[in-house]
Design a protein around this ligand. Structure first.
Ligand SMILES: Nc1nc2c(c(=O)[nH]1)N[C@@H](CN(C=O)c1ccc(C(=O)N[C@@H](CCC(=O)O)C(=O)O)cc1)CN2
Length: 287
């Protein structure tokens, strides 16, 4: 068997093309969406991701507001920029790029973001809304995973899903999304405390690997025909991405997301979607 590729790059391009029309409608009604980013420090990966987000904005017609601080910035300096972005009317949605430098209380920073402008869906109010099943901006990578599964018609209803990882941006909220009535999956969350990861993986219909452990998911751990999504990002000596999934899994799986060009571009497409939806809400445009 050779797995069907869950092509995130192509899917994200389709989503962006749909968003262009909505952005044109917003602009025609005098509402210009603007995405703000705050990048603290010089992490090369984070710089790349933020640059990609602004490239996407330029491509679809969203205005960009880029704020940067050095790695030495204090908690107070970071919080001051967050307050500025809250008050800036040109910035209709924004995010603070994670991770923040060591010593910074990221939760305090996230809590300061105006929930209405939370483009990442990571503000505690919006995560709480997700728990309560109320409308809220959805966390970008988890929503990107769901959209990729839906668009490639991977059966989710009733599926046994294993999510490996419990980080703030993916692992914590993905099980919440997958277990909503609209998805109806049965989800097992695995992490470093899981006693027999192999046993969980072998019975999964869908595996989402977001542990940050290179090639953690090997072909012999995957049920034939399963869908496998590779979210993990590690880098080799030359800076190339090494995912959580051994590429040889393609010989066993029914679907496999490449890495790069799988879930990463979908994360960015979902961010743009959140910005457009927030601008539409502000403009009173119902969808
Ligand atoms: N505030 C946030 N911080 C972080 C998030 C997040 O959703 N919000 N997620 C990750 C990083 N991330 C988004 O910020 C992200 C990761 C990967 C990509 C992407 O497009 N990757 C490309 C490859 C790019 C490369 O060559 O390095 C791909 O997969 O094809 C976009 C965004 C942590 N921080």
């Amino acid at each position: 068997m050779t797995a069907q590729t869950l092509d995130g790059q192509a899917t994200a391009a389709e989503i962006k093309s749909d968003l262009r029309t909505r952005i044109a409608d917003l602009k025609a009604s005098g509402h210009l969406p603007g995405l703000g980013t705050l990048l603290v420090g010089e992490d090369v990966g984070s710089q790349k991701y933020v640059a990609g987000k602004h490239r996407d904005c330029a491509a679809v017609g969203i205005a960009s507001i880029q704020r940067e601080l050095p790695a030495s910035a204090s908690q107070e300096e970071i919080e001051a920029v967050v307050r500025e972005l809250n008050d800036d009317p040109a910035c209709t949605g924004y995010l603070v790029q994670l991770p923040l430098p060591r010593g910074i209380d990221a939760n305090r920073v996230l809590q300061l973001i105006d929930p209405v402008k939370d483009a990442d869906g990571l503000h505690p109010t919006n995560l709480g809304r997700l728990v309560l099943n109320e409308p809220a901006p959805l966390p970008c990578t988890p929503n990107g995973v769901i959209q990729l599964l839906r668009r490639f018609e991977v059966p989710i209803e009733g599926a046994e899903v294993v999510v490996v990882g419990r980080g703030v941006t993916v692992g914590r909220s993905l099980p919440l999304l997958l277990s909503r009535r609209s998805e109806n999956a049965t989800v097992t969350q695995c992490h470093t405390g899981t006693r027999d990861l192999a046993a969980h993986l072998r019975r999964a219909d869908i595996v989402v690997a977001a542990a940050g452990v290179p090639h953690l998911v090997k072909p012999e751990l995957v049920k034939p025909g399963a869908a496998v999504l590779d979210v993990g990002v590690s880098r080799d000596e030359s800076g190339r991405i090494v995912g959580d999934v051994d590429p040889a899994v393609a010989e066993v799986a029914g679907w496999l997301s490449p890495n790069p060009r799988g879930v990463g571009p979908m994360t960015r497409a979902m961010l743009l979607t959140n910005v457009v939806e927030a601008a539409e809400r502000a403009a009173g445009i119902a969808r």
